[in-house]
Design a protein around this ligand. Structure first.
Ligand code: NAI
Ligand code: MG
Length: 349
């Protein structure tokens, strides 16, 4: 039986970059089957909802999901639950994709593309493990009025010990596949959620004596990531802190068009997507860098299908294409989306 991969291209540059990642997967001649379904604004146009039942059903049936991006300015006026972005939030929640892996590394040759000084940027090779289905994003929310008649908004920051323990384990396991260093980022000097977080991470650490655990407050972590990003191997953190730190890490590592991500359920199922959005400003022009999606496909092979050798081949080929001077406009070059993917395919060993 071939592995079933759901391809959800979405909006804007999503269809352009997922098509190129698909070509790279085809070039590997693996035993894969593909099924495609609309998501986001494209699905709203076709079926009246950003995450139609048929798309969710395909996502559930598939062994893994390759996702492009959602978001379309034409839909900005819609009610919140019908906006394209609800599709990705719905998929994460419905499929229990609690662990977000965001590797950030600087590919040799892209030192000048980083927001940091080249010699500092060159050392970037980290994975941020972000909790994805809890925290202040999913806690109780309300808008109201204070006793004094002032408008008021609330979002409850909340974690329980099981949620912290399972993401901590993903952090430790990830560190085991790398340089065996895990930095847990919290705000335990101020927040009760963070004190629980730190207690539980320390308890889980007993099962991982081979991993060196450290703790850092999030404000310091933001500073350290710019001062000396090479100090980080794996970072594990909550949803809010991880959202902010991973965007920061992406810019340190060069272009947003280079960074992949995985959202995992801990049982093999995963959704893989570039960290960027639908980039309406360049959609339809063949200017998008497909590497982030191609590298997401590599993560899919590794984490959901157990095809680590094939994943390595893709990552080595992207590095070789970049080292050989292949550049889309975001990297200061002139290659089209398709030409960039061609260079990666040519570099496949
Ligand atoms: P964006 O990531 O789509 O674009 C930001 C900037 O980076 C733009 O100038 C864009 O041209 C450039 N860019 C992004 N990807 C690129 C690539 N592969 N190659 C070259 N340049 C690239 O973020 P923005 O503009 O804030 O959001 C656009 C839409 O995407 C919004 O509707 C937003 O909600 C949505 N979005 C969706 C995400 C998802 O589907 N997971 C994630 C982030 C944003
Ligand atoms: Mg973000």
């Amino acid at each position: 039986m071939p592995h079933l991969i759901a391809i959800l291209p979405g909006d804007g540059i999503g269809p352009e970059v997922t098509a190129e990642a698909r070509r790279v997967l085809d070039a590997l001649a693996l035993d894969l089957a593909f099924e495609e379904a609309p998501v986001g604004g494209a699905a709203y146009d076709a079926a009246g909802h950003p995450l139609p039942d048929a798309t969710l059903d395909l996502a559930r049936r598939a062994d893994a999901i390759l996702f492009g991006a959602v978001g379309d300015p034409r839909h900005d006026g819609l009610a919140r639950e019908l906006r394209p972005e609800q599709a990705i939030l719905g998929l994460r929640k419905q499929l229990g994709l609690f662990a977000n892996l965001r590797p950030a590394r600087l590919f040799a040759g892209l030192e000048d593309a980083s927001a940091l000084k080249p010699h500092i940027a060159a050392a970037i090779d980290m994975v941020i493990v972000r909790e994805l289905t809890g925290d202040v994003y999913f806690g109780l929310k309300s808008r109201g009025t204070t006793a004094d008649g002032l408008r008021e908004g609330r979002d409850l920051m909340r974690y329980d010990e099981a949620e912290v323990a399972r993401i901590a384990r993903v952090g430790f396991e990830t560190a085991r596949t790398r340089r065996h260093r895990l930095c847990s980022v919290d705000k335990a000097n101020v927040l009760d959620t963070s004190q629980l977080w730190r207690d539980v991470v320390i308890e889980v650490a007993a099962d991982y004596p081979d991993v060196a655990l450290s703790h850092m407050y999030v404000d310091n972590a933001a500073m350290q990531m710019v001062r000396d990003p090479g100090q980080f191997d794996v970072i594990v953190t909550g949803n809010l802190f991880g959202d902010i730190l991973s965007d920061q890490a992406s810019m340190c590592a060069g272009s947003i068009g280079m960074l992949p991500s995985a959202a995992l359920d801990g049982q093999g199922k995963g959704l893989y997507e570039p960290i960027h959005g639908s980039a309406p400003d360049i959609a339809g022009q063949g200017r998008a860098n497909p590497c982030a999606t191609i590298l997401s496909a590599a993560m899919l092979l590794r984490h959901s299908l157990g095809l680590s050798d094939a994943a390595d081949r893709i990552e080595v080929a992207v590095a070789a294409a970049i080292a050989g001077g292949a550049r889309t406009p975001d990297l200061g070059g002139t290659l089209s989306t398709r030409e960039m993917a061609d260079r990666v395919i040519e570099a496949l060993a």
